[in-house]
Design a protein. Sequence first.
Length: 104
Amino acid sequence: MDAILVSPPVAFGIYVILVGLLSFAGGRMAARGVETPGKAQIYSGGEASPTRLAAPGYRPFFVVALFFAMVHLGVLVAGSGGLTPMTGLYLAGLMLALIALILG
């Protein structure tokens, strides 16, 4: 009987039922809120929400993503190699590529 209760499908079913009961009980005990005009708006520290996009398009995201991918993969490759002149040349090339990426 113990093995059946701890099997993943049965344990998942028990947890789903338990969470459903707790959610239902919590919803019944919670106080009812008063509907106000600003209740469903974005909260931003008491300031008005911005009306324009912070960074239109995906270009800034891809530049940052490429930068971190190059750094992480470069360190992984450099760390897996020994301390050789070729590793130093690789790191110098990586630094030049990152500077070129940052400067645009």
